[in-house]
Design a protein around this ligand. Structure first.
Ligand code: NI
Length: 226
């Protein structure tokens, strides 16, 4: 499932983040990539060891957990501290699949990347190109969102970032290990949860909603790894 989560950060929060980011130290993007990715990745990243990176990635993580849509769709078990990247002057990232395993900062515990997330931090009008192109069984999806909006997609997908031919594309990105490993099961839980919430708003609580909510939790209990 490819999911657009709007307004993870509002305009003021994006502006504050950008002021800090634009003044921080940027390094070659090869820092977080494996051997195949290194051949196709051409961008810059915020130095992950810098105090600014640590502080700003906490801001993004906190914002993610405040988004009910994100939590419902990702059912996160681990969210890696987000990284920040920028592309300009023709920079791009060719076709690749993200590495399956990352290591959590601190204790170095391995985590599986079930979902990839990109949080756009530049308005689409500020740059040309730079679409995130995600390929799945239904074809290619071009993603270019307003600043503050997030796209969530399965880490199994082949994807790329098109060359940025004007201006700068700035974004945060991270990976999530979900409590529910299988994308199909996770999507079913998400759709069931959204339908329950919509019914509750539209017709109010009742015995059928109690049953449906029970089914949601019993499926989650059956499928979740915690
Ligand atoms: Ni990637």
């Amino acid at each position: 499932m490819l999911l657009h989560v709007p307004q993870v950060l509002n305009a003021a929060e994006v502006a504050a983040l950008r002021r800090r980011l634009d003044a921080a130290p940027w390094v070659d993007g090869l820092e977080t990539v494996g051997a195949q990715g290194a051949k196709v990745k051409h961008n810059r990243q915020l130095d992950a060891a810098s105090p600014a990176a640590r502080e700003l990635s906490q801001v993004v993580t906190a914002a993610l957990f405040k988004q009910p849509l994100f939590v419902s769709a990702a059912l996160p078990r681990h969210v890696l501290s987000p990284f920040f990247n920028r592309y300009g002057g023709g920079e791009h990232y060719g076709d690749h699949v993200d590495g399956a395993i990352r290591f959590l900062p601190g204790d170095g515990q391995p985590m599986r990347t079930d979902l990839s997330a990109t949080l756009f931090l530049a308005e689409p009008e500020a740059y040309d190109g730079g679409d995130l192109v995600v390929r799945d069984t239904y074809g290619e999806h071009l993603v270019k969102l307003p600043a503050g909006d997030l796209i969530l997609y399965p880490s199994t997908s082949l994807h790329r970032v098109e060359p940025v031919t004007r201006g700068e594309r700035v974004a945060a990105f991270t990976w999530i290990q979900s409590m529910v490993r299988d994308d199909g099961q996770r999507t079913q839980l998400y759709e069931l949860d959204q339908a329950i919430q919509s019914l509750r708003t539209r017709v109010g609580d009742g015995p059928e909603l109690v049953t449906l909510t029970g089914h949601y939790h019993n499926l989650l209990r059956r499928w979740a790894e915690v």
